[in-house]
Design a protein around this ligand. Structure first.
Ligand code: SF4
Length: 336
């Protein structure tokens, strides 16, 4: 890769005391729940007694690779882990349905549970809403382990995962009659995957509410987007607003939902934004005519991966962020 040439406009701005520089969101990278899950796994890790998380322990390939050397190697299922001779399986921070504990017990395997307490809260809330007679809509990606886990705890056919109104089993408002019209039941509640974008959740909820409330329908929205996710999105909005950012790089594993949402927030604010896994994904032409680069990172992105991106951009002629990549408060615990 070659250094992006400074445009005449860029040079002008630099000479006005506005040099090319990197700014970072005040909240970025590892969230409390991921740090907690990694602490549990790292404390338990022992190459002589491997652990098989069911799925990626976190959605970051660099961390998954590092843990492999300590005997933590993911498996697709409890069956697969048992077949490999592993005696310990783990639930990831995203959580899992109740079937997993039963399967582990049936195979006589030790179970290490790293489910984020903020995900557990959604699982319990889903159960409560079902008990109260609501049809449960989980706003999120139907394939995501967290969403599948919440639906597993809800344990009812009166539930669905949906990210768009078109994903729902209904296409009409309550009271609308006509061929092919399917209206929602009287009571519908929504919980959200913890890492979703609040603006998108509100659009979805408003549209669904309009379908449910006619004719005495009851609609309930439970905003279960977690505090660290909201903070990362809000910190990015403040960064765009306060620092006149020209480009946003959101750093995180390709499977990281919350990193994808950060890039989405940046694009919605009119700033060209890219979800990158690391420096290998940065295209030279993105940096053309760019004076201020805003950096953010998903909840499962370690500091050294963020620092690597900073070092790469510094080598391209950008001033590093004042005060380093982030203020870290190891004692911070979100409300739940
Ligand atoms: S993103 Fe939120 S719910 Fe997910 S692990 Fe982090 S704190 Fe927990």
């Amino acid at each position: 890769m070659v250094t992006a040439p400074a445009s005449s406009e860029t040079t002008d701005r630099a000479s006005e005391g506005n040099p090319r520089r990197i700014v970072v969101a005040q909240e970025l990278g590892y969230c409390w729940g991921v740090r907690r899950a990694l602490d549990i796994i790292q404390d338990a890790a022992d190459p002589q007694h491997p652990i098989a998380p069911i799925g990626d322990i976190i959605h970051n390939p660099q961390v998954v690779t590092r843990l492999r050397s300590r005997g933590v190697v993911g498996a697709g299922s409890v069956d697969e882990a048992d077949g490999r001779g592993v005696q310990r399986v783990a639930i990831t921070a995203h959580g899992m349905g109740p079937h997993l504990a039963k399967e582990a017990a049936a195979h006589n395997l030790e179970l290490i549970d790293t489910t984020c307490p903020l995900v557990t809260k959604v699982q319990r809330l889903a159960q409560k809403l079902v008990r109260q007679g609501y049809f449960l809509v989980v706003y999120g990606d139907s394939y995501h382990p967290e969403v599948r886990g919440v639906l597993g705890w809800a344990a009812t056919s009166k539930s669905v995962a949906a990210k768009h109104i078109e994903d729902l089993p209904w296409n009409a408002k309550r009271g609308e009659k006509g061929e092919g019209k399917i209206a929602p039941p009287r009571k519908v509640a929504v919980v959200s995957q913890t890492t979703k974008n609040i603006d998108e959740l509100m659009k979805f909820a408003n549209a669904l509410q309009a379908m449910v409330v006619p004719e005495g329908g009851e609609f309930r929205l439970c905003n279960t987007i977690c505090e660290p996710t909201s903070e990362r999105q809000n910190a990015l909005k403040r960064l765009v607003h306060d620092d006149q950012v020209d480009l946003i790089l959101a750093i995180g594993g390709r499977k990281s939902s919350n990193t994808a949402r950060l890039a989405e927030v940046g694009n919605q604010m009119g700033v060209s934004s890219h979800h990158i896994e690391g420096i290998q994904d940065i295209a030279d032409d993105w940096l053309q005519d760019v004076t201020v680069i805003g950096l953010t990172a998903g909840a499962s992105t370690p500091d050294d991966v963020i620092q690597e991106v900073v070092d790469y951009l510094v080598a391209k002629g950008y001033a590093p962020p004042e005060g380093g990549i982030r203020p870290v408060d190891p004692d911070y615990v979100p409300a739940y």
